[in-house]
Design a protein around this ligand. Sequence first.
Ligand SMILES: Nc1ncnc2c1ncn2[C@@H]1O[C@H](COP(=O)(O)OP(=O)(O)OP(=O)(O)O)[C@@H](O)[C@H]1O
Length: 270
Amino acid sequence: MIRAHNLTLSLRDGQHRRPVLQGISIHIGRGEWVALTGANGCGKTSLIRTFNGLNTPSGGSLSVAGLDLRLPQNRAAVKQHVQLVFQNPEAQTVGSTPFEDIAFGLENRGLDRSLMIARIHDILQQVGLAHKAEADVASLSGGERQRLAVGCCLALEAGMIIFDEATSMLDPAGRRDILGLARELWKSGTTVLWVTQRMEELAESPRIAVMGDGQLLYDGDPRTLFYASELPDTLGWTPSPVVRIGRLLQRQGWPLHLLPLTEPQLEAML
Ligand SMILES: Nc1ncnc2c1ncn2[C@@H]1O[C@H](COP(=O)(O)OP(=O)(O)OP(=O)(O)O)[C@@H](O)[C@H]1O
């Protein structure tokens, strides 16, 4: 889905251009779930905006869904394949009802009206908003608005959805809800890039990419990152309670592949 090699990006900062991404090489296959993390200002948003064609790479190569994003004509086309769900639920709705919002996404697809209405209802059903089809968007909760944003991605038939800290403004129930919806889509074949600062969400991801100062510092599995790498300590991360217990077990000689990453894994061990 995404192939970046030695990707660099510099952005205008007043009179100067400042380097924001440096030498990023990453391959994300179709159907993968990758969590992307790193401190504020390390370049996560700049990277995903580049994947989505909103930023123009300054160097290296980048192909997304088979489109070479060094070519300007491909940058608009890529948005069909890669959709973003942002942090702020209020910033991404355009219609006054969920029905209208999904309809906007389908408008350019040239669907016959009855097919379009059926498709809108299908999508609302899929994101759990069938009962709110005609509700005023302003009356939706933050979690419902994020569900609606996901529905808009589905309307565009995006093969990849990038969630840019999409749960950070939600309460714990809303967070679980959106994470659960993202997992359902992933299980049905959507490629997911899940940007997060939350340790437990990282630990539950099959693959983690860590950025620092515009560079990719780590790209691999969570066990190696949390139990066999010094990076979390170097970056000053506070380990999740499960990883803290796992580190105690590790000191007692437990092998890497048995160390717990998630609460259910720890519960199963106990
Ligand atoms: N349009 C822009 N013009 C100039 N510099 C920019 C622009 N957008 C971002 N930057 C700079 O690029 C760097 C990376 O910012 P970016 O928003 O990509 O980081 P981030 O990891 O997503 O941060 P956060 O977690 O706070 O959202 C920062 O130093 C930021 O000030």
